[in-house]
Design a protein around this ligand. Structure first.
Ligand code: SF4
Length: 61
C-alpha cells in the first residue's frame, strides 16, 4: 500500500512521529508520503492514517 497526503494537512507532525518510514515533513511545513512501497511499516502507516486529526492521509493504489 502507498499513501498520499492531501492539501488539508495542517502540519501537526503526528504521522511523521508514528511512521517516519513513510511520512516526512516538507520545507513547506506539511507532511508528504514517500513514493516508495515500504515493507514492514504497514501497521504504523495505517495508524498514522487513522490518527491524522484532519484525515489528510489517503490510501493510494
Ligand atoms: S498527521 Fe495529518 S495533519 Fe498531521 S502532519 Fe500528518 S498528514 Fe498532516
Amino acid at each position: 500500500m502507498k499513501y498520499f497526503v492531501n492539501e488539508t494537512c495542517i502540519g501537526c507532525g503526528l504521522c511523521t512521529e508514528l511512521c517516519p518510514e513513510v511520512f516526512r515533513m516538507t520545507e513547506e511545513g506539511v507532511a508528504e508520503a514517500t513514493e516508495q512501497e515500504v515493507s514492514g511499516a504497514e501497521e504504523a502507516a495505517k495508524e498514522a492514517l487513522e490518527s491524522c486529526p484532519v484525515s489528510a492521509i489517503e490510501e493510494k493504489e
